[in-house]
Design a protein around this ligand. Structure first.
Ligand code: SF4
Length: 437
């Protein structure tokens, strides 16, 4: 009889790719992916604890499965990811949701298959949290669902300990995969027809640090030199490690997309220091200057946090000023989320909710204005997008250009996975509407 699985993923792209790895293990065991949770024999929640709302969302959804589980007792519910990896959270989860069958963390995700088989042979829940922060996954076979895009981990963990961030505590210290393994994986992906490769890591720029392997720019060059038409992206970069050499490599290799995501978080030096970001706003602007010197048309995107403990109106205005100055093509904006176990959680001067709300509204307004201005410049131009899907609501195909901007267009045949030239006729906020030429 056909066995099905359903995975619910929270949080960042790293988690999306890890869900592909969990899906790969389930596929090896003969399960098929299904859209309808009620039809699933195994349901996996791949959680995120980076922000409070992702955590609450996961708790809410796990809670909602209680009724389904009581009417379908054989269904296996698993909860993995960085939420259970946090100290004490696995027991907490087990107490709160005793009907959850498997609980595992980020460090032992590669053993999920083993835990599933174990659960099938016993009545008790399987709760396994390991603390091996040095592990590098190499032999996983992800069940990729994002064709023509493929995600490839190059580093795991983080050494930066930004004072607001839980990542170093739940994903361990930074370690890099061997370049020969990364290159082999990418060669196979290109052979299999993937057209866009995104290198993933918490801080990709420090790839290879402390090893005798390639540096990040050297790794990019090797990948960009591979045969075939494909695009190369990477995320996320830490500004302190963004080098001139990297800017030169982007400039010299047209396969590397002209889009760099460089999270600044704040424009205030006081707040950057309190965040332990290890750069000032002037250092950051210098990096942007270097990038633009070599790649003048490069689209720069960023992450911004408002309401960090101690943030004054003046600090916030410094953020607005920096956003204006860099002229980001788009940005992810967040209200500071207090995470237990981080340094910032015990800082005095936590900002009242209404102040943070007011600031995020003003920041989003500015970011949206800049984004709209960038979009308007597209109208009348022809851009090449890599078609990655079909939007059922809009009844249009969609794809990104090399600057990361999404374009929609009508077409009478399926062109998913193809590079398509579209002439932009309309710009709607962050998205573009065009006609195939
Ligand atoms: S660089 Fe800072 S924000 Fe990014 S994962 Fe590491 S600690 Fe977190």
């Amino acid at each position: 009889m056909q066995k099905n699985f359903h995975i619910i993923t929270y949080g960042c792209q790293m988690n999306v790719h890890e869900s592909e790895k969990i899906a790969g293990m389930l596929t090896e065991l003969g399960y098929s992916q299904c859209e309808n949770i009620a039809a699933a024999d195994v349901v996996v929640f791949n959680t995120c604890c980076i922000r409070e709302n992702a955590e609450n969302h996961a708790f809410g959804n796990i809670g909602m499965l209680k009724k389904l589980k009581s009417s379908k007792r054989d269904m296996i519910i698993a909860v993995g990811g960085c939420l259970p990896q946090q100290m004490g959270k696995a027991d907490n989860l087990h107490e709160k949701f005793p009907y959850v069958d498997i609980i595992f963390g980020t460090h032992n995700l590669h053993k999920f298959k083993e835990y599933l088989l174990l659960k099938q042979t016993r009545r008790k829940s399987v709760i396994k949290i390991e603390d091996d922060a040095g592990i590098i996954f190499e032999d996983d076979k992800p069940f990729r669902t994002s064709y023509p895009n493929a995600w490839v981990n190059i580093t795991y963990g983080c050494n930066n300990f930004c004072s607001y961030c839980i990542v170093p505590y739940v994903r361990g210290r930074e370690r890099s995969r061997k370049s020969e393994n990364i290159l082999a994986e990418i060669r196979n992906l290109i052979k299999d027809g993937y057209k866009e490769i995104t290198l993933l890591g918490q801080n990709v720029n420090s790839y290879g640090n402390g090893t005798n392997d390639l540096s990040f720019p050297e790794l990019l060059e090797k990948i960009a030199a591979m045969d075939g038409k494909f695009r190369l992206r990477f995320m996320t970069s830490h500004p302190k490690d963004f080098s001139e050499e990297l800017a030169k490599v982007i400039a010299e290799n047209p396969k590397i997309c002209r889009q760099v995501h460089l999270p600044v978080q704040s424009g205030s030096d006081t707040i950057l220091k309190a965040m332990n970001r290890k750069y000032t706003s002037a250092d950051y602007l210098k990096k942007i200057e270097i990038l633009k010197k070599y790649v003048p048309d490069c689209a720069v995107t960023t992450d911004l946090i408002v309401g960090f403990p101690g943030e004054t109106e003046e600090d916030f205005k410094a953020t607005l000023e920096l956003v204006n100055r860099v002229d980001y093509s788009s940005a992810f904006t967040f209200v500071y989320s207090r995470r237990n176990g981080t340094v910032a959680a015990s800082m005095p001067d936590q900002i009242p909710e209404e102040v943070s709300k007011d600031r995020i509204i003003r920041l989003v307004e500015l970011v949206n204005t800049l984004t709209r201005e960038h979009s308007k410049k597209y109208v009348g131009k022809t851009v090449e997008v890599l078609c990655e899907g079909y939007d059922d609501k809009k009844k249009m195909y969609l794809g990104r250009d090399e600057y990361g901007r999404m374009g929609y267009f009508e077409n009478d045949k399926d062109v998913i996975g193809e590079f398509v030239d579209i002439k932009i006729t309309n710009a709607n906020g962050v998205s573009l509407i065009g006609e195939k030429v």
